[in-house]
Design a protein around this ligand. Structure first.
Ligand code: GDP
Ligand code: MG
Length: 740
C-alpha cells in the first residue's frame, strides 16, 4: 500500500490527498477528513453545483482503472503482477479533468471508488456490499456498474447478486422519502467488449435480466406493483480491452467522459435514448449542499453501520440543524466583532455612571444585522426549509436580543442626555435673559429648546430603525421622552414662577415701604387733615389711618397681582398655578405689610411720631402759627388738651381697625381660600396668618393687634414723660421770656 494515501487519523495536507480521500476505511470507520478534502478541492463552497458518482462491480474488474482514465484520478489499481485486492473501503476523489474528447465536463464531479466484492477476499460476507450500496444510493446521482462483456446474460452471475442488493436497498431507502423519490442512473460499463455483439443487443439482454430481477425481489408493502423504471434510468456503454486495444480503450473512455455533463429529459420520457445532453439530470441530485456533504455522509454512514433504518428525510433535517447551527455561529463571529466593542463601551459608560450616546450605532447595528442574516441565508437556505426557517428565526432572535439591549441603552443615554441638555439650555437662556434686564420670553425659550431637543432624540431613534423590523420602532420611547421634557418644563416653569413671585414680592415691599411710611409720617403732623373736632380728639387723618393703609395696601396688591398674572400667562402657566401664585402673593404681601407696620411702630419710631404729633398740637395754634409762651398763657390747659389728643392715638394705633366697620379688615376674603392646586412645598415658606389659618391658634384679633397691652402702657408712660419734658421746657421759656 502506498505510504502517502490519506487514511483515517492522518493529518490532512494538500499532499496527503493524492489518491483522493478514504471516506470509509476497511474497518467501516468514517473519515472525518472528508470535509477538509472538499474544502481543499474548493467543492465545499459550490452549493449544489457538484455531482457524485459511485462505481460498483466485482473485485478486479478494472473499476479503479476505469475511473482513473475517465476522471484523471489516482485511485489505487491492482498491480498486474500481484493479484490481490487493492481498493479498501470507499475512496473519493474529485474529477481532475475539465474536458473530455473536446467537451467541457461538468464542474465538481466527485467519484467514489467502492471496494468490490466477489466473495473471494471478503469471504461470503455480503454485509459490506449491502452497506456500501446503501451509502452510494443515498448520496450518488449515478451508479457506474462495471461488468465484463462475457458476464452479460449470465443471470446467476455475481453481478446479479450485487444488483439485487442495490434494488432491495433502494426500495428500503426511498420508502420513507415518498415526496422526493430521487431517481438514480444505473450506468452499465461493459468491459472487454469484443465488438461482435453490438451494444444494443447487450443492452436488450441486460434490460431483460434487470426486469426479471426486479420482479423477483421482495418488495415492501405498498410497493408490490412498483416498476423498475419508477426508480432508475439506465445507461450503457461498452469499452474495448484495455490491454489488447490500449489506444482504442483510451479514446473510447474519453468519449464516455464527454457524457459527464448536465443533461435533461426529453418530453418526460424515462428511457436513456431520450436523455438529451449529458448524464447529469437535475432529478438525480440528492440536494445536499456541498458544505454539508461530509456531515450528511457521516450521519448516513453511522445509521447504516449501526443497522438502523435509514431515514433520509430525518437525516436531512439533522444535517440542516447541524449546519444551520454551524453557519449561525460563523456569521455571529462577524456580528460580534462589530457589536461586542460597542456593548463593552456602553457597559463601561453605565458603570462609570455617565451613559453615553454611541456614534453611528444605528448604521453599525443594522449593517451587521443585515450582513449576518444575509450570509446565513446564502449558505443555510440550501438546507431543509423548515429547519432553515426555524434556525433563521433563532439567529434573528439572538441578534435582536443583543441589538435590543444595545439600542435600549442608547435611547436611555439619549434620554438622559436630552433631559439634562434641555434643562441646562433653558436655565442658561433664562440667566442670560435676566442678565440682559429680564427681557426674555420663558415660554418661547422652553418651546424652542424642547423642539431642538426632541429633534435630536428623534434623529437618534430614527437612526436605529431597521426597515421591516417592528421592534426598532421607538415611537413609544419618543413619546416618553417628550412627556419627560414636559415634566421638566413644568418644573422649570415652577421655578420661573417662583422667581417671578420673588420679583413681584420685592416690588410690593418697596411700594409698601414708601406708601405706608408716608401714611405714618402724616401722624407726625397733629394738624394734618381738616377736621379737628374736639369730640373725636383726633383728626380725620388719624381716625382713618388704617382705612388709608388698607386701601393703599389693597391697591398695591391688586396691581402686583395684575403684573404677576400677565407675566405668568406669558409662559403658559396654568390657571391653577396662577391661582396658587396670586394666593401666595396676597399672603406674602400681608405679611410684608405687617412687617412694615411693625417697623413703623417700633419704640423709637412711634415715640418720635407721637412727640411730633403732640408738639404740633402744643406748639402751634389753630392757625398753625407757632406759639410764643407768655406767663399768662394757659400752658397747662393747652398741654393737657394736646397730650390727651395725642394719647388717644395710642389705642388707635394699637389695632388695625377700619373706621368704616370698627373691625379688622376682612383678611379671610382678601386672601381667599387655599386653592386646590397648592402642592407640598408651596406652603413651606408661608408664615401663618391669624384668623386666616385658623388651626394655627392665632385669631384675626391677634393678627391685627399692632401694639400689645404692655407695649401700649409702656408707650403711654414714655410719651407722657416726653410730653412732660416739652411742657417743662415751655413753662421755662414762658418765665424766661418774662425775666428777659
Ligand atoms: P478493480 O479492483 O475493479 O478496481 O480493478 P483494477 O482497476 O485494480 O484492475 C484490476 C486488474 O485488471 C489490473 O491488473 C488491471 O491492469 C486490469 N485491467 C484494468 N482494466 C482492464 C481492462 O479493461 N481489461 C482487462 N482485461 N484488464 C483490465
Ligand atoms: Mg479498485
Amino acid at each position: 500500500m502506498n505510504g502517502h494515501m490519506a487514511r483515517v487519523g492522518d493529518q490532512p495536507t494538500a499532499g496527503s490527498f493524492g489518491h483522493g480521500v478514504q471516506v470509509i476505511d476497511e474497518d467501516k470507520e468514517f473519515n472525518t477528513n472528508l470535509n477538509e478534502y472538499l474544502q481543499l478541492e474548493h467543492v465545499a463552497e459550490a452549493g449544489f453545483n457538484y455531482h457524485l458518482i459511485s462505481v460498483f462491480g466485482s473485485q478486479s474488474t478494472g473499476k479503479s482503472t476505469l475511473l482513473n482514465n475517465l476522471f484523471g484520478t489516482d485511485f489505487s489499481v491492482m498491480s498486474e503482477t500481484q493479484r490481490q485486492q487493492t481498493t479498501k473501503g470507499i475512496w473519493l476523489s474529485k474529477n481532475k479533468r475539465t474536458e473530455s474528447a473536446g467537451t467541457k465536463m461538468a464542474e465538481n464531479i466527485l467519484v467514489m471508488d467502492v471496494e468490490g466484492t466477489d466473495g473471494r477476499e471478503r469471504g461470503e460476507d455480503q454485509d459490506f456490499e449491502r452497506k456500501s450500496a446503501l451509502f452510494a444510493l443515498a448520496t450518488s446521482e449515478i451508479l457506474l456498474l462495471n461488468i465484463w462483456e462475457h458476464q452479460v446474460g449470465l443471470y446467476q452471475g455475481a453481478n446479479m447478486g450485487l444488483l439485487k442488493t442495490v434494488f432491495e436497498v433502494n426500495l428500503q431507502l426511498f420508502l420513507k422519502d415518498k415526496q422526493s423519490t430521487p431517481r438514480s442512473l444505473l450506468f452499465f460499463v461493459i468491459r472487454d467488449h469484443l465488438g461482435t455483439t453490438p451494444l444494443a443487443n447487450l443492452r436488450e439482454t441486460l434490460i431483460q435480466d434487470l426486469t426479471k430481477l426486479w420482479s423477483s425481489i421482495s418488495k415492501p408493502q405498498g410497493l408490490e406493483n412498483s416498476r423498475i423504471e419508477d426508480y432508475f434510468d439506465f445507461g450503457f456503454a461498452a469499452l474495448p480491452h484495455k490491454i489488447l486495444q490500449g489506444e482504442k480503450f483510451v479514446s473510447e473512455v474519453h468519449v464516455l467522459g464527454s457524457r459527464f455533463t448536465a443533461g435533461h429529459r426529453n418530453k418526460g420520457s424515462r428511457s436513456e435514448n431520450e436523455l438529451e445532453g449529458g448524464l447529469f439530470l437535475p432529478e438525480y441530485h440528492r440536494r445536499i449542499p456541498a458544505d454539508g456533504f461530509s456531515v450528511y455522509a457521516e450521519g448516513i454512514w453511522d445509521q447504516i453501520v449501526n443497522n438502523k433504518d435509514l431515514d433520509l428525510p430525518t437525516q436531512q433535517e439533522l444535517l440542516a440543524q447541524f449546519r444551520c447551527d454551524e453557519i449561525s455561529r460563523e456569521v455571529l463571529i462577524n456580528f460580534d466583532n462589530v457589536i461586542s466593542p460597542l456593548e463593552e463601551k456602553q457597559a463601561e459608560a453605565v458603570r462609570l455612571g455617565k451613559p453615553t450616546v454611541l456614534q453611528d450605532l444605528g448604521p453599525s447595528g443594522s449593517k451587521s444585522r443585515q450582513a449576518a442574516i444575509k450570509a446565513f441565508e446564502l449558505q443555510a437556505s440550501r438546507y431543509h426549509k423548515g429547519v432553515y426557517t426555524r434556525k433563521r428565526q433563532e439567529l434573528e432572535g439572538k441578534i435582536d436580543t443583543r441589538l435590543k439591549a444595545l439600542y435600549q441603552g442608547q435611547l436611555t443615554a439619549a434620554h438622559k442626555a436630552g433631559v439634562a441638555a434641555f434643562s441646562e439650555a433653558v436655565s442658561n437662556k433664562v440667566k442670560a435673559g435676566q442678565k440682559a434686564g429680564g427681557a426674555y420670553e420663558f415660554a418661547e425659550i422652553v418651546s424652542n429648546e424642547k423642539k431642538k431637543t426632541l429633534e435630536i432624540f428623534k434623529a437618534e431613534a430614527q437612526g436605529l430603525a431597521i426597515e421591516g423590523v417592528p421592534w426598532t420602532n421607538f415611537k413609544s420611547q419618543y413619546l416618553l421622552f417628550e412627556s419627560e421634557l414636559d415634566e421638566v418644563s413644568g418644573k422649570l416653569r415652577k421655578e420661573e414662577m417662583r422667581r417671578l413671585a420673588v420679583r413681584v414680592e420685592r416690588w410690593v415691599k418697596s411700594r409698601l415701604g414708601e406708601a405706608i411710611g408716608v401714611e405714618f409720617n402724616k401722624l407726625g403732623s397733629g394738624r394734618a387733615g381738616s377736621d379737628t373736632s374736639e369730640a373725636e380728639g383726633k383728626s380725620a387723618t388719624e381716625k382713618d389711618l388704617w382705612d388709608r393703609i388698607w386701601n393703599v395696601f389693597a391697591g398695591i396688591v391688586k396691581e402686583a397681582e395684575v403684573r404677576f398674572v400677565d407675566r405668568a400667562k406669558s409662559f403658559d402657566a396654568s390657571d391653577e398655578e396662577v391661582e396658587v401664585g396670586t394666593w401666595r402673593l396676597r399672603r406674602k404681601s400681608w405679611v410684608a405689610l405687617r412687617e412694615k407696620i411693625d417697623e413703623e411702630v417700633m419704640e423709637g419710631n412711634i415715640l418720635l411720631k407721637l412727640r411730633e404729633n403732640f408738639e404740633d398740637k402744643f406748639r402751634y395754634d389753630e392757625a398753625g402759627v407757632p406759639r410764643i409762651w407768655r406767663p399768662t398763657d394757659d400752658i397747662e390747659g393747652i398741654y393737657t388738651k394736646a397730650r390727651e389728643s395725642t394719647l388717644k392715638l395710642i389705642p388707635l394705633l394699637s389695632r388695625f381697625r377700619l373706621a368704616s366697620t370698627y373691625a379688622p379688615p376682612d383678611l379671610i376674603s382678601f386672601i381667599g381660600p387655599q386653592p386646590s392646586g397648592v402642592e407640598a412645598g408651596d406652603e413651606e415658606d408661608l408664615a401663618p396668618i391669624g384668623g386666616v389659618d385658623e388651626e394655627e391658634g392665632k385669631s384675626l384679633e391677634e393678627e391685627t393687634t399692632v401694639l400689645s397691652e404692655s407695649k401700649r402702657q409702656d408707650l403711654v408712660v414714655r410719651f407722657k414723660k416726653t410730653a412732660d419734658g416739652v411742657f417743662v421746657e415751655a413753662k421755662r421759656s414762658a418765665i424766661g421770656g418774662v425775666a428777659q
